[in-house]
Design a protein around this ligand. Structure first.
Ligand code: PTT
Ligand code: SF4
Length: 612
């Protein structure tokens, strides 16, 4: 077997033991890696109903066959566990040197179980694992933790760590890596914290088994240079993801005031051009020649790395149009290890709920200083307000009542990404059916939808496009494990990825083989969800209610008077189910399960509810 090391490292924090386990070629071909490995292992090993913040949960770092090899944008890793935010499978994908080091240490995945008896740092070097007491860095932010680790082990190691947010079990705490990388919006940092696992440090010095070493090296290195040349022509690295902000403002898709408005005259103050002017440095993940991590000085002079999502949700959505203040909120999220996106939605929901009388409190849109204080309260779970904010929008809405659930901007418990779909049916569907909750990583159809289709249409072609994008983005890139940006942003041909995969594994997969694997993984996430929530209905695949509410329509601008129509959305959802081979409840049909070779898993899931 080439392309895989064939090993998973299992570490038990309770017993302080570890063992190298092998997996079969059949397993490798069926699940490939990354999200595929994670979803299958967690389904098999976690009993439904376990506490995601208890010792029974398992934390996985999973890589793919092309992770860590010199080829375009392969320095990524998937982190996964049962999510404390949504209550079922959750994961994230972040840039980290762990991708190369873990593979060179001889593993395709790392599985951490149990709970340490004191704050712990795991040090992995090839076959050796050490459980290092981490009391000295427990309570510290991610920047200080990273510096401490670099001081102890040098910068030439792979690091994953958490801040106070993860330690204090904030349900949307992320895992951090390198200078500005963060992943695991579904609370993967809190899962590490619940295990008293402050950091994972990996050093690997072996070779990654490859079918054609020389051919892969020539192909990968040559393509890295080619991608770098395209980047120089497009200038992508000058604004990174933030280039999309002014476009969202123009087309009425920007989140403003807890998604109640779709554009704002001051949006230009926080757009990509302003970011580029203020830029002090540009960072990238390993094996990347299109570095998109742009940093600026925040209002207190600290270096802070901003992406579109961070600015959209901590900026315009809170009506904060001062880039340095937005950078400060972003810096705090990074240092505490909180997901900027959920944090932004939680704060905007809080301000909105206060304004609409659902709860009393002291926070208003536009108040950057108070927002900073609230982030601190949440990260430390300080007082009633801190605890409330740390639990995320869905739980807050359950507490507030008074129809506040209608404007809690979340799907399945995960807060919505920074695209205001008040009148964008396809992207609204993409959020509704995103398997882990409202994440844009699965199907980002918005630019295609607004540039190539009629905005008003709820036709089957939009469902088809959502599925096509899910297969590529939430599927292939998450199981071969590479950054999708060369394809999304620079038009780097998608066929290159099966080519890398085939060169390193010696297999001969077509794109269709990739899509079938993607469908299997999506169906498997669905089975996780249904096993945890057997009474779930198709309404679970609806976006937030406020997007259907005529009283929330814009009063001026390009979509004045328009909102989504619920009957039409429901028909669009049915098109999606039909094309996916799911029934009217959104459950994969028997024929689909057979096609994807998932009958055994479905029978297991069916024990908990009426699935089959
Ligand atoms: C991702 C989510 C995103 S997606 C952003 S900005 W984006 C936010 N970034 C955060 C941050 O920063 N700090 C913080 N404290 N919280 C943050 N939360 C948010 O997390 C990320 C890039 C980006 S930037 C995107 S779209 C692409 N995402 C990819 C993906 O998901 N898969 C893949 N195969 N390739 C991808 N390439 C791009 O990577 P989550 P990163 Mg992130 C500081 O993981 O949980 O999915 O959340 O990893 O290394 O920082 O790169 O406009
Ligand atoms: Fe990382 Fe950005 Fe490069 Fe992707 S394009 S690998 S997110 S720096």
């Amino acid at each position: 077997m080439f392309g895989w090391t064939g090993n998973i490292l299992r570490i038990d924090l309770t017993k302080k033991t570890y063992k190298k386990e092998t997996f079969s070629e059949e397993f490798a071909k069926k699940w490939v890696g990354g999200r595929g490995f994670a979803v299958k292992i967690l389904f098999d090993e976690l009993k439904p109903g376990i506490d995601p913040l208890g010792p029974d949960n398992k934390f996985i770092v999973a890589l793919g066959p092309i992770s860590g090899i010199p080829a375009p944008n392969t320095g990524k890793a998937v982190v996964a566990a049962k999510s404390p935010l949504t209550g079922f499978y959750g994961d994230g994908n972040l840039g980290t040197r762990v991708s190369e080091h873990l593979r060179k240490a001889g593993y395709d995945a790392l599985l951490v179980e149990g709970k340490a008896d004191r704050p712990t740092l795991l040090y992995i070097e090839n076959d050796k694992v050490e459980f290092i007491p981490a009391d000295e860095i427990w309570g510290k932010g991610t920047y200080a933790t990273n510096d401490w680790i670099y001081g102890k082990y040098s910068k030439r190691v792979g690091v994953l760590n958490i801040g106070q947010g993860g330690e204090n079990l904030v349900r949307y705490a992320v895992v951090r890596s390198m200078e500005g990388r963060a992943g695991g919006r579904t609370g993967m940092g809190a899962v590490m914290g619940s295990k008293l696992l402050k950091a994972i440090v990996v050093k690997g010095t072996n070779d990654i088994p490859q079918a054609a070493n020389d051919a892969m090296r020539a192909l990968g290195s040559g393509d890295l240079r080619k991608v770098g040349r395209i980047d120089k022509q497009t200038g992508w690295s000058t604004q990174g993801t933030t280039g999309v902000l002014s476009w969202c403002n123009e087309v009425a898709a920007l989140p403003v005031r807890n998604f109640r408005r779709t554009h704002h005259p001051d949006a230009w103050k926080i757009d990509g051009e302003r970011l580029n002017v203020a830029r002090i440095a540009t960072y990238g993940c390993p094996n990347c020649t299109m570095r998109c991590g742009i940093t600026i000085h925040d209002s207190e002079g600290r270096e802070s790395e901003l992406d579109y999502e961070n600015i959209g949700l901590l900026g315009s959505n809170l009506e904060i149009f001062d880039l340095c203040q937005v950078a400060s909120l972003n810096y705090l999220c990074d240092d505490y290890g909180l997901d900027t996106m959920s944090a932004g939605c939680v704060l905007s929901f809080y301000a909105d709920a206060i304004e609409h009388g659902a709860v009393s409190g002291d926070f208003m849109f536009g108040d950057a200083e108070r927002a900073k204080l609230l982030l601190g309260l949440a990260a430390r779970r300080e007082g009633k307000v801190g605890h409330m904010l740390a639990d995320g929008s869905l739980r807050m809405a359950m507490q507030f009542g008074k129809s506040s659930i209608n404007y809690a901007m979340q799907v399945k418990g995960l807060e919505v990404a920074a695209y205001n779909c008040k009148f964008i049916p396809g992207q609204a569907l993409a959020f509704g059916v995103a398997p882990m909750g409202a994440h844009h990583k699965e199907a980002w159809i918005i630019t295609y939808e607004l540039k190539n289709t009629t905005r008003e249409s709820y036709g089957p072609e939009k469902a088809a496009k959502v599925i096509e994008l899910q297969r590529i983005r939430g599927g292939m890139f998450e199981f071969i494990v590479a950054c999708r940006f060369p394809w999304v942003e620079l038009g780097w041909d998608l066929d290159n990825y099966p080519k890398y995969f085939n060169t390193i594994t010696g297999l001969n997969w077509s794109s269709d083989d990739m899509w079938e694997t993607a469908d299997r993984i999506y169906a498997m996430i669905k089975l996780h969800y249904l096993r945890e929530f057997p009474n779930a209905t198709r309404q679970g695949d609806y976006p937030p209610a406020i997007w259907f509410d005529p009283s929330n329509a814009d009063t001026e601008g390009p979509i004045a008077g328009k909102v989504l129509e619920i009957d039409k959305y429901d028909r669009l959802l049915q098109h999606y189910y039909d094309q996916r081979g799911y029934d009217h409840r959104g459950i994969p049909t028997r024929a689909t399960l057979e096609r994807l070779d998932l009958v055994k898993e479905a029978v297991e899931a069916a024990k908990y509810g009426n699935l089959l």
